[in-house]
Design a protein around this ligand. Structure first.
Ligand code: ADP
Length: 440
């Protein structure tokens, strides 16, 4: 091992010998000064020669077998340089192996990855970026990605970086739909990840088409069945013991009709093509009153309603869908609570400027484990009770979709003795002057 001592010791010893020769010659000749100068120049000359040897060796291929040899510092220095070079060579090799592996992994990824700086300038891309976006790492390095891929949604995402997903048609193939997300990597550096979702969209379309077709197909035979059952029910000649069976069948067909109607509503609400074309300003106070009266007529007047309604607060939206939100929330508050329950209906704008419909009851409540799943299709806390009450298990799924299509949100909070459903619409949907400052 090379240490500081064995590094300099031979050199110090050599210098001592040189001085000793100077002393001996000086003593023998009596020319001290000349003798010391002579041996001193000799030592300097030798040192310069070794330096020259080292420099030549460093400039050559630095093989160990032709390393400048001397037992002193020069050989040690040459050895240390050689060892340092070997280490950094090994490090370089390891780095290039790692880079190669990383590049192979990125090349195997089906998703396009594009590394961008804060000015949206391309720093690096993987091969899939070529397939999906037509961006090539070597050709397009240093170009702005929004100059190469001119998609308005992408430009918006780059201008306001967030991790939200955007979807757009591939610039290379109009049959391919892409989804893109932007992830911050480090300050001033973003990773744009783009994925081909055409297959997923196709499968979704097929699933929706299947549900819609099956529902339509079932509708016709059900209408026929309902017609006959109604006839039997009203037929005075029907034997008395058959009547309960006919009535039960009639109730079940009505339930099936309701399930089919709800499924068709859901598949309409879910389709991305579904745009709120029939938007209008909605008088929520009027809708709430109508629904409340209709409910009291059908389900009886056993609950105590209290209303806190801002009559001026109107929103723009799809009236039929918003009416089904009101209907589902009010109907549930009546259906799943015992007679005498107080139901508070509120339609107000809140501190955050959202327009919120809140339906609150002091019924038995919903256990916390069920709450996150209530908006799933056919999810019911108590299946038997829901069926008895004519529920389809699709009501809250419809509410959630209507709210999503109106850029709003449904929140559910419940504890024993208090259940609250809040459907909040964004401020942009408010079509009222009631809460705006009055102009002078
Ligand atoms: P359903 O057609 O069965 O009423 P929903 O999707 O409307 O389906 O509701 C899902 C479930 O949520 C219901 O089955 C019921 O168990 C529960 N639920 C909804 N509203 C209330 C409420 N106000 N109080 C207690 N449970 C409720």
């Amino acid at each position: 091992m090379i240490t500081r001592d064995n590094f300099w010791l031979p050199e110090a010893r050599r210098l001592m010998w040189v001085m000793l020769y100077g002393l001996i010659f000086g003593y023998l000749t009596g020319y001290w000064q000349y003798c010391f100068m002579l041996v001193g120049f000799g030592y300097i000359g030798w040192t310069l020669y070794k330096l020259y040897e080292l420099q030549s060796w460093l400039a050559s291929d630095q093989q160990l077998n032709n390393m400048p040899d001397s037992s002193g510092a020069w050989e040690q220095i040459a050895y240390l340089i050689h060892r340092g070079d070997k280490k950094s060579e090994a490090r370089k090799k390891k780095h290039s192996e790692l880079m190669l592996r990383f590049n192979n992994i990125m090349a195997a990824l089906p998703d396009a990855s594009v590394l961008l700086d804060s000015d949206h300038v391309i720093q690096w891309t993987n091969p899939s970026a070529m397939t999906l976006l037509g961006i090539n790492d070597s050709r397009d390095y240093g170009q702005r990605v929004d100059n190469l891929v001119r998609i308005p949604q992408l430009t918006q995402l780059l201008e306001k970086p967030s991790e939200r997903e955007i979807r757009f048609v591939s610039p290379r193939n109009e049959k391919v739909t892409l989804s893109a997300r932007l992830f911050p990597v480090e300050p001033g550096l973003y990773l744009l990840s783009v994925r081909d979702i055409s297959q997923r969209i196709q499968l979704n379309k097929m699933r929706k088409a299947f549900i819609a077709n099956a529902s339509h197909e079932l509708r016709t035979p059900l209408t026929v069945l309902t017609g006959y059952l109604e006839l039997f029910e009203e037929d005075a000649a029907l034997p008395e013991h058959i009547l309960p069976a006919v009535q039960q069948s009639r109730r079940q067909t009505a339930r099936m009709e309701q399930i089919i109607a709800d499924l068709l509503v859901l598949s309409r609400l879910e389709s991305p093509e579904m745009q709120l074309v029939e938007e209008s300003d909605i008088d929520m106070a009027l809708l709430l009153e109508k629904t409340q009266h209709a409910l009291q007529d059908t389900l009886g007047d056993l609950h105590q309603f209290s209303n806190h309604i801002n009559r001026q607060l109107k929103i723009s939206g799809h009236e039929k869908d918003i009416s089904s939100v009101i209907n589902n929330l009010l109907e549930n508050a009546v259906k799943y609570t015992p007679a005498g329950t107080r139901i508070k209906i509120s339609w107000q704008s809140n501190a955050r400027g959202l327009a919120c419909l809140t339906v609150e009851d002091n019924g038995p409540g919903i256990a916390s484990e069920h709450i996150p799943r209530l908006t799933e299709r056919f999810y019911r806390v108590d299946k038997g009770r829901s069926r008895d009450k004519g529920g389809t298990g699709l009501g809250l799924a419809i509410v959630k979709h209507v709210m999503m299509n109106h850029n709003g949100q449904l929140t559910i909070k419940s504890r024993p003795g208090r259940t609250r459903f809040s459907a909040c619409f964004p401020a942009e949907r408010i079509a009222t002057t009631a809460n705006r400052p009055r102009s002078a």
